[in-house]
Design a protein around this ligand. Structure first.
Ligand SMILES: Cc1ncc(COP(=O)(O)O)c(C=O)c1O
Length: 454
């Protein structure tokens, strides 16, 4: 069989493929056909530098034969069987035991999903079911935050805090409330108070208003990725989790972005010294070589939801043996190559190279944790107003001009989330590419052509 040429692929894509967040009449697609480490090649043979890891993953880089071999071996032994009821298989058992060892103390059980959205839906159901099994079925409310991202299924999608991602798809899940995000740069959110004091008081007032006896859980990203690497003050998590515990409200940490080395630790919970009751992971668990997520649960939560008729959540692909074999090979590489240290080292280098860009009129703040970095783009520094979204996106222009793939997230944050194996040389290439375009961005969001002055 001959491969279709590029024009055929573009025509077929336009006629048959539904893309998230892309209008039908948008410009041509970029069709990737190959990847190796941090490089990608499109169907014309052009090379690109992947500074996004797709969508915050690709921890170990593209094209690892060792992982392909692990998948092939598993497919030949046992490609699939269900984990419903009493059925199990060796790979998912091995992976669950490994996650129990790696994760914060007490998260002993894993329920496997196909990704982050499914994981958050499962986590919300788990929290409500936990309380109902304990005789507290009034505990249905879920607390989330505005600008949170918990995927786009109905449960986690309701907890997601971007209205534009829900418009026209309601009614959403009932009993979900959104609090203020811990985003110190957006200083006007906190009424002139210390941000953590304000946020703790807001949480306490919300508990008072809804009644602790009606609240199941708070779901939150420890660092808000899609919102633009929003890093809370150091005292935020200890104080928020103490209030939740005092009121019997479960903490669901959504570590879909932050886990498995992205921020230079196995889990952000390790960094903040907080232990959730439920932790949702996906992405970096397999570096994207196969779809898989894991919802980790404390012994208390797991043992409570596995009573009676048993856990009321289950998907055909829960604990898929090939995905679990891939995850084990992926974790092995992260450990063997010490990619947590690499993320800290290269992330710090990126941040140090990006910091001077704050002198540009449109760069408000540079935020970094490991290999998650965001530049908040502003129309003016005094008001910190977001940079308007220009016609052709800044990330598109960077990609077209330089071959470096970065992303604009939540309208005005330029995000880097590269494979953790990125070299310093590649990191420099990414920074130079971004700088060359940001120097030409005007406060109205338009980008002047190369050679002109912004
Ligand atoms: C924090 C967080 N949670 C959940 C999700 C959704 O995961 P998925 O796209 O695998 O469903 C994402 C995706 O980016 C995410 O960033």
């Amino acid at each position: 069989m001959t491969s279709p040429n590029l024009q055929d692929l573009l025509d077929l894509d336009r006629r048959h493929v539904v893309h998230p967040h892309l209008p039908l009449d948008a410009k041509d697609r970029t069709v990737f056909v190959r990847g190796k480490a941090c490089s990608l090649w499109d169907a014309t043979g052009r090379e690109y530098l992947d500074a996004t890891g797709g969508l915050w993953l690709a921890q170990v880089g593209h094209g690892r034969e060792e992982i392909a071999d692990a998948a092939a071996t598993q497919m030949k032994r046992l490609e699939y069987f269900t984990t419903f009821w009493d059925f199990s298989h060796d790979r998912s058992i091995e992976l669950a035991a490994r996650l129990a060892r790696l994760s914060p103390e007490g998260l002993d059980y894993s329920y496997f999903t196909s990704g982050g959205s499914e994981g958050n839906d499962a986590a919300i159901k788990t929290a409500r079911y936990y309380h109902s099994q304990r005789g507290e079925s009034s505990r249905t409310w879920i607390l989330s935050r505005t600008t949170a991202y918990h995927g786009l299924a109905y449960g986690g999608g309701t907890a997601t805090g971007f209205d534009e991602m829900k418009a026209g798809t309601g009614p959403m899940l009932p009993d979900v409330a959104h609090l203020t995000p811990p985003h110190p740069y957006r200083s006007w959110l906190f009424d002139g108070q210390n941000p953590t004091d304000f946020l703790v008081a807001e949480l306490e007032a919300t508990i008072e208003r809804l009644g602790a006896q009606n609240i199941a859980a708070m779901i939150a990203e420890p660092i808000m990725g899609v919102a633009g690497m929003v890093i809370p003050p150091e005292d935020y998590w200890p104080r928020i989790s103490a209030v939740l515990r005092q009121h019997g409200i479960l903490l669901i940490l959504d570590e879909v972005v932050t886990a498995f080395g992205r921020i230079g630790h196995w889990f952000a919970a390790d960094h903040f010294g907080v232990t959730p009751d439920i932790m949702v992971t996906a992405k970096g668990l397999t570096s994207g070589y196969a779809p898989l997520g894991a919802v980790l649960m404390s012994r208390d939560v797991a043992e409570t939801v596995m009573t009676g008729h048993g856990y009321p959540v289950g998907y055909t692909y829960s604990g898929h043996p090939v995905s679990c074999a891939v995850a084990l090979a992926n974790l092995e590489i992260i450990e063997r190559e010490d990619l947590l240290a690499a993320a800290q080292r290269t992330g710090a280098h990126l941040a140090q190279r990006l910091e001077p860009l704050k002198e540009l009129p449109v760069v408000g703040e540079v935020r970094q944790a490991g290999m998650g970095i965001a530049l908040e783009l502003v129309a003016d520094k005094e008001s910190r107003r977001p940079l308007p979204e220009p016609g052709p996106g800044i990330a598109d222009i960077i990609r077209d001009e330089t071959g470096v793939v970065v992303r604009v997230s939540s309208s005005h944050n330029l995000v880097f989330s590269p494979p953790l194996v990125m070299t310093e040389f590649e990191a420099d290439r990414a920074v130079d590419a971004v700088e060359s375009v940001l120097r030409r961005v005007r406060p109205d969001g338009t980008v002047v052509s190369p050679g002109s002055v912004a």
